[in-house]
Design a protein around this ligand. Structure first.
Ligand SMILES: *[C@@H]1O[C@H](CO)[C@@H](O)[C@H](O)[C@H]1NC(C)=O
Ligand SMILES: *[C@@H]1O[C@H](CO)[C@@H](O)[C@H](O)[C@H]1NC(C)=O
Ligand SMILES: *[C@@H]1O[C@H](CO)[C@@H](O)[C@H](O)[C@H]1NC(C)=O
Ligand SMILES: *[C@@H]1O[C@H](CO)[C@@H](O)[C@H](O)[C@H]1NC(C)=O
Ligand SMILES: *[C@@H]1O[C@H](CO)[C@@H](O)[C@H](O)[C@H]1NC(C)=O
Ligand SMILES: *[C@@H]1O[C@H](CO)[C@@H](O)[C@H](O)[C@H]1NC(C)=O
Ligand SMILES: *[C@@H]1O[C@H](CO)[C@@H](O)[C@H](O)[C@H]1NC(C)=O
Ligand SMILES: [Ca+2]
Ligand SMILES: [Ca+2]
Length: 433
């Protein structure tokens, strides 16, 4: 039996004019070649897009290429020529001049070492900063001018491996409190400061990652959200200060001893995700009907919206039949408040014995409503003078009436109308003949 196998070749390429000037890709193997020398001092980083295609289509991917530093620049003096006039009585130890040289190479390759060539008995030069100092008393009568030659050399690269450094510091980002898991807060990046081919970096979180709310990709340095954030959670409300570490990796990808740490601060931006809430679903109170207007009811109502600023502003309203008999304050709240309910009109048990109200806390968002019930019951008080049915009870009875005989039923009724506070006496005249 025969069968045909069709080989579909993959074709590799590089995209873009600038990238094509520097890089060539072998179509069949995907091996990348450099077409011309790179120069870190001109461009330290390039984003190069490579492509791979088959008969079905093309896939492109961007590769970030960092150009490492080599010490390929000689230092140069700035602001030449140098000529200084100093008084002959300039004291020994006085700094009289400063030479200035720069080197375009970065890091260790870029630091310059100064010396006088040949050395002078009268002047010295600070190797690192180029400061020229008088070291011996001068005498105009002996010498009127000194000509000195400064030698600037690039400092020898020390054998000690330098620690990497973070770029684009400081790391501080504000993110919405509802950022979903997987959301990238930011990419952090550290670079190898040493000359030559830069080593890879591994990124880790050392501390501050409360409840593992964030994840840091070891290779890419991408810091992402990995849990459900909530600004109103007291553990998260003041933000996160995460200590991150960058470790240079050896060629076999094991961590080297060259590391650097920094902190990353993340603050959560409030979202209006909480409605106002009362601290109970219902409040009940019993008050004397004679409670004065202005009397504050012993109702301990607290209401709170846990959000921040305008996201925690709301209006309080007490509604229901006869709710105007009471007043509530405050009615405009931001954040949290203890509410006071006060008597607004003279109350009367004989007219209304109990009240039942709805208490709302409404935010500007219509679905953000806090709700509670309020029940107020009045205690009856003896605020009415009793009234006898007759002004005089006149009864006659025979003298033989036995002790304990019921003689008379006295009817007493009350009607409302007397102002509160009247003392009541039940004195009445009964004449018995
Ligand atoms: C050296 O020259 C550079 C470039 O002109 C300047 O920015 C720097 O301030 C100079 N340093 C001193 C110490 O004069
Ligand atoms: C300049 O200084 C360096 C370092 O001290 C020394 O190696 C070099 O020979 C000096 N150059 C000249 C021209 O003297
Ligand atoms: C509501 O809060 C107030 C004020 O803090 C407090 O006095 C009251 O006991 C609370 N009520 C409930 C049911 O927790
Ligand atoms: C409201 O209260 C009044 C007494 O002030 C009463 O007559 C009336 O029936 C009540 N209305 C409702 C709807 O409860
Ligand atoms: C508060 O919200 C409730 C429920 O949505 C609504 O019945 C009431 O009219 C609102 N009150 C105000 C003052 O907006
Ligand atoms: C009380 O009753 C007696 C006898 O029935 C009568 O004579 C007398 O006038 C009455 N007194 C009054 C104040 O009504
Ligand atoms: C009761 O009798 C006394 C003395 O006789 C009199 O002063 C008073 O007015 C009488 N009270 C009533 C309510 O009739
Ligand atoms: Ca919130
Ligand atoms: Ca809110």
């Amino acid at each position: 039996m025969l069968s045909e196998i069709l080989f579909i070749p993959l074709i590799f390429g590089v995209v873009g004019e600038e990238a094509m000037r520097y890089f060539a890709v072998q179509e069949m193997t995907g091996v990348v070649w450099l077409r011309q020398p790179l120069d870190r001092e001109t461009k330290s980083e390039m984003q190069v897009e490579f492509s791979v295609s088959d008969s079905q289509g093309v896939v492109k991917n961007t590769v970030n290429i960092q150009i490492g530093d080599v010490n390929d620049n000689a230092p140069s003096f700035l602001n030449q020529p140098y000529a200084v006039q100093i008084p002959e009585n300039t004291p020994v130890g006085t700094s009289v001049f400063m030479v200035n040289a720069t080197d375009p190479d970065q890091g260790v390759g870029g630091s310059v070492l100064f010396s006088f060539q040949p050395p002078s008995p009268f002047f010295s030069i600070d190797g690192a900063r180029g400061i020229v100092t008088v070291t011996r008393a001068l005498d105009y009568e002996t010498t009127t001018a000194y000509q000195l030659t400064v030698n600037a050399t690039v400092r020898k690269h020390t054998l000690k491996n330098m620690d990497p450094i973070f770029t684009n510091l400081p790391y501080s980002t504000n993110i919405m409190e509802d950022a979903p898991p997987g959301y990238e807060v930011r990419k952090i990046r550290a670079i190898d400061q040493d000359l030559g081919r830069p080593r890879g970096i591994g990124y880790t979180i050392m501390s501050g990652n409360t409840n593992s709310m964030f994840a840091l990709d070891y290779i890419s340095g991408s810091l992402t959200v990995s849990g459900q954030l909530d600004r109103e959670n007291p553990l998260y409300s003041s933000g996160f200060t995460i200590t991150v570490k960058a470790t240079e990796l050896n060629d076999d990808r094991t961590p080297s001893s060259a590391t650097v740490m920094t902190t990353f601060t993340i603050l959560l931006i409030d979202k209006n995700d909480n409605p106002p809430r009362f601290n109970s679903s219902e409040y009940r109170v019993l008050i004397p009907e004679l409670a004065q207007v202005g009397f504050a009811l012993p109702l301990y109502i607290q209401v709170e919206d846990k959000d921040e600023g305008v996201n925690s502003m709301f209006q309080v309203v007490l509604t229901g039949n006869n709710s105007e008999h009471f007043s509530i304050s405050p009615t405009s709240v931001q954040g949290r408040a203890d509410l006071r309910v006060r008597v607004a009109v003279p109350l009367d048990y004989e007219t209304i014995r109990s009240y039942s109200f709805s208490l709302y806390a409404n935010e500007s968002l219509s679905e953000h409503v806090g709700f509670a019930r309020v029940f107020i019951d009045l205690i009856n008080e003896n605020d009415n003078r009793p009234i006898f049915s007759q002004t005089l009870y006149n009864i006659s009875l025979p003298e033989s009436t036995a002790a304990g005989t019921s003689l008379l039923q006295i009817k007493v009724s009350t009607h409302r109308s007397l102002p509160p506070g009247v003392l009541h006496d039940l004195a009445h005249n009964i004449s018995i003949k």
